[in-house]
Ligand binder design. Structure first.
Ligand code: FA5
Ligand code: MG
Length: 432
């Protein structure tokens, strides 16, 4: 069965099976073909045909799609609030950059250490050891800064192997914003201070600044960043937010912004003052600036009251027609067509070997590929070691719930059995 071959990617023999699938469908010899370009398959290849099928869907460009409405609203906010001295928009917008990037673009240019977990095969979709589907829109910062841009927005689809629940999906969308300042631009509101305040120094790194930046410059950039983002969120929602300290290899200091959704704080975005070294890598030595990356689905879920991230992929007119509005600023409140009951089913198995060779994300990917969007959540509910059998056990609870109809237990059983079979075949586990 092809599902098993698509997902089998751990031993050499299974890599061959995996190659065979691509051979039949996407490739000849050991190549994957995407949009007329070929990529050599190697031991890093872990992208699945299901994930490849999302390339080019560009929900953020589809007329009347909630993500597209949000793109227009965010763009308008930046066009209106930030103008150059001729009265033209300061920010330029890129919304159709190609999603296949190099390891250099996604990580190296952003100073992500060689051994950082975000580079792992268990976290990304690799075409091979050189290319992957971008894991964040920050992958394009370097090339755009290098091309001479100081103020830009990037809207893009991004791909990540991640947990499964109502606010995580392996393909989602981000908007990235970057703003760079020369010294006179940074202190332009206070021309008297311009002579006496510096941007750069040879100092020490503290919690609030980098070694190359002065305290004053770092504070002004942090203030500019936070006030831009709070103004945007206030413009869209007028709701309470909170700032949390964060870490990203390419910004310092770094922050996350959270907002209440269904009574819980939900992370909306990551941001920070760009590490000077990322600018130097892009050929810019005399500027300081900020960057942010917002999850568009998360923003849209709060804005339009969309309860589940899978709905963005719905082609049901019952969903899409609700966003077919003549004014993009209309505050649509999504009305669920109906609420259908969840069907939780557990799956328990023995692992084939050592527990640390098994990645939860491999199992999540398998469930996604086999069962698709009828899966609402997968949670690890139990794990233990059996000393007599010398085996490790895992139990996951898979919550099945259709977005548009009630699932019968019989239908769920069928899909659940497929998941069990695929897990045995391609993850080499033994169902208990
Ligand atoms: C990043 O991706 C950074 N590139 C953001 C950034 C840009 C930081 C520029 C500094 C400067 P993070 O992994 O936290 O960070 O993702 C950013 C946002 O994307 C999250 O806050 C969340 O809103 C959204 N997001 C992350 N993972 C998922 C997912 N699986 N499904 C849906 N949305 C997600
Ligand atoms: Mg985050």
């Amino acid at each position: 069965m092809f599902i098993a071959s698509v997902l089998g990617k751990f031993t050499t023999s299974r890599i061959i099976v995996y190659h065979c699938f691509f051979k039949r469908k996407y490739s000849n010899s050991n190549q994957i073909f995407i949009n007329g370009k070929s990529y050599e398959v190697d031991s890093w290849t872990n992208v699945t045909p299901k994930i490849i099928s999302y390339i080019g869907k560009n929900l953020h460009l589809q007329k009347s799609h909630p993500l597209s409405l949000l793109r227009e609203r965010i763009t308008n906010f930046f066009y209106f609030h930030y103008k150059n001295n001729r009265g033209n928009p300061l920010f330029s917008v890129y919304d159709n950059l190609y999603p296949i990037v190099t390891v250099e673009q996604n990580f190296d240019n952003l100073l992500v250490p060689e051994d950082h977990v975000s580079r792992n095969k268990s976290d990304c979709y690799y075409l091979n050891s050189k290319y992957l589907l971008r894991g964040h829109s920050s992958a394009h910062e370097n090339e755009l800064i290098q091309s001479g841009l100081d103020n830009f927005l990037i809207f893009s689809d991004v791909y990540r192997r991640d947990q499964i629940d109502s606010s995580h999906y392996p393909v989602f969308h981000q908007v990235e914003g970057v703003r760079l300042f020369l010294r006179h631009e940074l202190f332009s509101l206070n021309p008297d201070a311009e002579g006496s305040i510096d941007v750069f120094e040879k100092g020490v790194r503290t919690e609030t600044k980098q070694e190359v930046h002065t305290y004053d410059a770092a504070r002004v950039v942090e203030y500019s960043l936070k006030s831009s983002l709070t103004a945007l969120v206030r413009h869209l929602f007028g709701q309470k937010v909170r700032w949390v300290d964060a870490y990203f290899p390419f910004t310092h200091p770094s922050f996350e912004l959270e907002m209440k959704f269904n009574g819980e704080w939900m992370e909306l975005l990551g941001c920070g003052v760009l590490e000077h070294q990322t600018l130097v890598k892009a050929g810019v030595e005399d500027k300081i600036g900020w960057a942010f990356g917002i999850g568009l689905e998360r923003l849209a879920m709060i804005l339009y009251n969309i309860p589940d991230i899978r709905l963005f992929w719905s082609t049901d007119p019952g969903f899409l027609n609700q966003f077919n509005v003549s004014d993009i600023n209309t505050n649509v409140k999504y009305k669920p067509i109906s609420i259908y009951p969840p069907c939780p089913n557990d799956i328990s198995f023995w692992l084939p070997g050592n527990a640390d060779e098994f990645s939860d994300n491999d199992f999540y990917d398998l469930v996604r590929t086999v069962a698709g969007d009828v899966v609402e959540q997968v949670n690890l509910v139990d794990k233990f070691y059996h000393p007599k059998k010398k085996l490790y056990s895992r139990t996951y609870r898979i919550v099945y719930r259709h977005m548009e109809k009630t699932l019968t237990q019989e239908e769920v059983n069928k899909v659940h059995r497929l998941v069990e079979e695929a897990a045995e075949r391609s993850l080499e586990v033994k169902i208990r």
